[in-house]
Design a protein around this ligand. Structure first.
Ligand code: AMP
Length: 215
């Protein structure tokens, strides 16, 4: 199974990815997570990407496309994978189509998760993440049991540097300009399913299961 999760930042792609990969036994590929780890390790790619990420701008297509090509060629992708945060431009989508064709693979479905802007701003500015295990919290809706401490591994939670109000607004603008056109792109390929991202994590996940099948 090869899937794409499409949606503005903060609609719950990361959270739903965790549910999907467990249920359907596929791997998650989050370009944001890969980039953050490259930045942390101060690699060449990380150094180039950092300046764009901090402003909420997109990292240039050629860097992202090379990164994805390398990642989907790894052996753990053989049973399928879920792309979270890629593609984000028509250029990336076209390159991905080409990669899939060359590998003789088929993209099964693109799930678009829709949430209104006001709700997204609230979700992202109050989001806190665990830098060690990646767990995601929300100060109002899903606070950690102990103030700012990860329930799972005990690390101190942080706010992502691009989750501040100004940067979030820019990320939403970038989404509208560059990524939203992908909805039409995949609709034309008859691969698109749209769902609302409102409600509990379980409610949103059951909408996803309705699309992918309850196997
Ligand atoms: P995310 O965690 O998916 O919100 O990504 C965080 C940041 O990484 C984005 O704001 C971009 O700067 C960068 N990024 C992640 N995925 C991509 C992509 N497919 N194309 C360009 N930039 C990306």
């Amino acid at each position: 199974m090869i899937l794409i999760l499409l949606g503005a930042p903060g609609v719950g792609k990361g959270t739903q990815s965790e549910n999907i990969i467990k249920k359907y036994s596929i791997v998650q590929i989050s370009t944001g997570d890969i980039l953050r780890s490259e930045v942390k390790n101060e690699t060449d790619l990380g150094k180039k990407a950092k300046q764009f990420m901090e402003k909420g701008e997109l990292v240039p297509d050629d860097l992202i496309i090379k990164m994805i090509e390398k990642r989907i060629s790894q052996p753990d992708c053989i049973n399928g994978f879920l792309l979270d945060g890629f593609p984000r431009t028509i250029e990336q989508a076209k390159s991905f189509d080409k990669m899939m064709e060359e590998k003789g693979l088929n993209l099964n479905r693109v799930i678009y998760i829709d949430v209104a802007d006001d709700e997204i701003i609230d979700r992202l500015t109050l989001r806190r993440v665990c830098p060690t295990c990646g767990a995601i919290y929300h100060l109002k809706n899903k606070p950690p049991k102990q103030d700012m401490i990860c329930d799972i591994c005990g690390s101190k939670l942080i706010q992502r540097s691009d989750d501040t109000k100004e940067t979030v607004k820019n990320r939403l603008k970038v989404f509208k300009e560059h990524t939203k056109p992908l909805i039409e792109y995949y609709d034309k390929q008859e691969k698109l399913s749209s769902i609302s991202g409102l409600g509990t994590v379980d409610e949103v996940f059951s909408r996803i299961k309705d699309i992918l099948g309850n196997r």
